[in-house]
Design a protein around this ligand. Sequence first.
Ligand code: NAG
Ligand code: NAG
Length: 399
Amino acid sequence: MKPSFTLFTVFNLAATATGLVSARADWPNGPLVTSGRWILDASGNNVTYAGTNWPGHNDAMIPEGLQYQSIETIVEKIKSIGMNAIRLTFAIQMIDEIYDNDGKDITIEQALVQALGQTNGIKVLNQVLEKNHQFNASTTRLEVFDAVAAELNKHWWGDTDFSTENWVRGLSYMADHGKSWPALMSIGLRNEPRDPTSNPALSRSSYNWQTWYEHVREGADAVHAANPDLLIFLSGLDFDTWLTPVVRGEALTPGTGRFDRADFAGTAGEKLVLELHNYDTGATSCDALRTGLDRNGFEALLPGAEAAVANVLPVMMTEFGFLMDDRTWRGVYASCLAQYLPERKAGWTIWVLAGSYYVRSGTQDYDEDWGLLNHDWSDWRSQGYVNGALKAMVRDTLS
Ligand SMILES: *[C@@H]1O[C@H](CO)[C@@H](O)[C@H](O)[C@H]1NC(C)=O
Ligand SMILES: *[C@@H]1O[C@H](CO)[C@@H](O)[C@H](O)[C@H]1NC(C)=O
């Protein structure tokens, strides 16, 4: 079961941009392409992601944590344990607002005041400016995203309220905008497409693989037209927990069509990566967890997959996470994934690079007890986990 305090409910309108990172001068050596279950760089070498999610889609729609630390400090911290990827989330709503405002983004001052109220908005703005000298009150939200992207490149070369039209427009906008971010390698379409449970009629008529495929093709084609270099990540149904019909080439019900790379415009079919999420934090059997993950899509990574399944594509776990205390990481769920993902040579990005949020669920300065970082983003929240498991997981994944 999904714990209610993770981000899922506010994540509906978010899409994601993933940059890559490394100390190697030729990294990430894009554009990347897929070849069977591998992602390859421009020289044909394997590329695997091992990183974390940096939320930028919450109420203020600015990358989180900047009232506590500079972008540089946060990036340095992640780099220090060998991670090579950041999955930076943004809200499609931000792009809608830019279109509604004659193409102009709002300033971070306006954004913070809108999200936190006049007094606290200005207080947090001043903290952000104090920690990040390159910004001022007129800096826009998108300029903050640009600054994060620039920092990543410096270190690391290398339902009812959902409008499909705005979604495609928002993706195209960010894919195009991202051309100025050399470390940007991939973009996720719709994060965790959810069942519109508040609208049972719509749910019955459209929450299915057939509709999923129509929209995924539309989104992927739009991204590819706007920026043909990017890898395109596809997220599955039911909170992105499974993509079995895609991997196995089963009928995309209720229709009879099947997933086919050739259905995508241009060369977009060579850019597709499957992303899955898993939050089975209460798992009691690693064997059962592994079997489920294989069935949900990771079987595409198994040796001999070409003979066993219809569509062999790279599969990544772009979200998993758990309470960052002293003991949870030793439990079945965390220790099983720490072993399983490197063993499958699957890329991954852990949820979440955060210690607190500007505002979340109506609470300002909301503490993120699943965060890799402590409340003021200054150090690891669980030293035990980072030193006892996470560093090794990064190393084993990238080795
Ligand atoms: C990618 O890595 C796998 C496993 O180490 C290897 O079998 C495969 O040949 C590699 N591909 C390339 C292009 O290096
Ligand atoms: C404020 O910062 C933005 C970039 O964030 C910059 O383009 C602009 O020139 C700065 N304005 C002032 C007055 O320094």
